[in-house]
Design a protein around this ligand. Structure first.
Ligand code: CA
Length: 224
């Protein structure tokens, strides 16, 4: 019996990944380090600090200091907002949300993002589909994805068990986090990685887009 849907945000609810990738790419290049845009789709879901440590370890063989992490993440975040001043909902995301709401299933957002205005944007863009206390953000967790903590906290906030929930994710590390929390996971492949990366991470089904999930969601519910 499904009682809740747990949604990742970037690349699922919002078409924001190209701007995140560009902002990371420019930031890492500005530090004089090598950068490959596809990497950021593989790291997607990790905290900013963990991403920065990967680049420092590649270049220097050690983690960044706290001061470096804060400064570099602030630079990346500033550039992201310049590139993506008005968040664009992912085509099909509103339809998926409406279908889930119509079935009276709880909707939870599980994101590594920590923008203070997150709830206001979600409420405006997804017409009251979300509640303020049903959100897990970057501020709520100690470990980012692929650790199961963010999705376990999402289950706790919704008051449901793992087998009563479904996750919608677009990133391999996000899929791994949800699967490690014991949740049935739908992947939507909204980025450039092959579908296999998402099924190998543990996704039960892979759709090519949120629009494709929206088209198939009634069939999906009927099959449950
Ligand atoms: Ca994502």
């Amino acid at each position: 019996m499904v009682k809740a849907f747990l949604f990742d945000m970037d690349g699922v609810l919002y078409d924001s990944m190209p701007a995140h990738v560009q902002a990371w790419h420019e930031t890492v290049l500005s530090l004089g380090m090598n950068s490959n845009p596809d990497d950021y789709y593989l790291f997607e879901g990790m905290t900013g600090a963990a991403t920065i440590d990967i680049f420092f370890n590649r270049a220097y063989g050690h983690d960044a200091t706290e001061e470096e992490k804060q400064r570099i993440y602030a630079q990346k975040s500033k550039r992201f907002v310049e590139l993506n001043p008005i968040p664009r909902p992912m085509p099909g995301a509103r339809e998926v949300l409406e279908a889930v709401k119509k079935r009276k299933l709880k909707r939870v957002v599980v994101t590594g993002s920590g923008q203070p205005t997150l709830y206001d944007s979600l409420d405006k863009d997804f017409l009251h589909c979300f509640e303020k206390d049903l959100m897990v953000t970057g501020y709520d967790v100690k470990f980012g994805k692929p650790h199961p903590e963010p999705y376990l906290l999402g289950l706790e906030k919704a008051g449901v068990k793992a087998d009563e929930a479904i996750t919608v994710e677009n990133a391999p590390l996000g899929v791994r986090s949800a699967v490690a929390a014991g949740i049935y996971t739908i992947a939507v492949n909204t980025g450039p990685l092959p579908d296999k990366v998402l099924s190998d991470a543990g996704a039960s089904v892979v759709f090519p887009s949120m629009a494709a999930l929206a088209e198939n969601i009634e069939t999906f519910f009927n099959r449950l």
